[in-house]
Design a protein around this ligand. Structure first.
Ligand SMILES: C[S@@+](CC[C@H](N)C(=O)[O-])C[C@H]1O[C@@H](n2cnc3c(N)ncnc32)[C@H](O)[C@@H]1O
Length: 263
């Protein structure tokens, strides 16, 4: 999961949409000051870094030390700390957290235990924001959109045997988790649409970050790298270019589950 989809020159104007929705919700429900945000399943820290300018302190938590190492390697964010831990056992006192986020991560959590911890650590009026991808995904380049999307669909199809049941939870847009949130104030924003340029190289990095690809790679490393290379070559061929730095446009949809602890 080392691929940074929303880093770089384009993320500010695009992924910012999701961050703005979350901050507006927090402002409505709890108001300022924004002291502590905790980003659960922070991975390489891309969501944690987007939160950093808006909070006195941000803590990113992940079970994976290798993900945390990559997050810590990004300099320039003195108010973020990264800690190894789980969403089910949070190292914070009761009523101490303004915002809890999980970006493309909550489907991995033990939902009941996570919700108990969230209710414990959030301040009154504090919010949780659980983000994820919807199935709205398409690639655009000149007149070969359909063929690019077919290549993507075939890539995903070949990984079907390696799809974790947790992916079904993500695909359901966290429906059961949403229903189980014990706060009366909750809502979902189901289609935040974003488009941005992406190089073939970065797209292939994104595909490589899929959990089912990672599972395939653990089980059959050589076949997995051939699949990735073949996918890259097919994309370049359809686009009629040779450089993996060539950019196409990617269109993605997000959902966001929002909830606020009673005051
Ligand atoms: C798909 S990645 C998302 C990473 C990051 N939030 C992002 O948007 O790039 C999911 C992350 O959740 C972490 N994770 C899985 N189960 C977890 C748990 N129970 N508690 C904390 N982190 C967890 C994984 O190690 C992984 O880094």
């Amino acid at each position: 999961m080392s691929f940074l989809l929303f880093e770089g020159k384009h993320h500010a104007s695009i992924y910012q949409k999701v961050t703005d929705i979350v901050l507006n919700y927090l402002n409505q429900k709890k108001g300022k000051p924004h002291m502590l945000a905790v980003d659960l399943g922070c991975g390489t820290g891309q969501n944690s870094r987007l939160l950093a300018p808006h909070f006195k302190e941000v803590v990113g938590i992940d079970v994976s030390e290798s993900q945390l190492e990559e997050a810590r390697a990004v300099s320039g964010y003195p108010n973020i700390t990264y800690r190894k831990g789980t969403a089910e056992e949070l190292p914070f006192p009761d009523s101490s957290v303004d915002l809890l986020t999980a970006a493309s991560a909550a489907h991995w959590f033990d939902q009941a235990r996570f919700l108990v911890e969230a209710a414990r650590v959030l301040k009154p009026g504090g919010c949780m924001a659980l983000l994820g991808y919807t199935d709205s995904f398409s690639l655009r380049y000149g007149s070969c959109d359909d063929r690019l999307n077919l290549i993507h669909a075939e890539f995903k199809k070949s990984l079907l045997p390696y799809t974790s049941t947790r992916v079904a939870v993500a695909d359901s847009k966290l429906q059961d988790l949403y229903a189980a949130i014990p706060f009366p104030e909750k809502e979902r924003v189901d289609c935040v649409q974003v488009s941005q340029p992406i190089s073939v190289r970065a797209l292939v990095g994104f595909l490589e970050s899929f959990s089912m690809y990672q599972a395939y790679s653990r089980s059959e490393p050589q076949a997995a790298s051939s699949l990735l290379l073949n996918t890259q070559n097919r994309l370049l061929e359809e686009m009629g270019v040779t450089s993996p730095d060539t950019e196409m446009e990617i269109h993605l949809g997000y959902f966001c589950v929002l909830a606020s602890k009673p005051k």
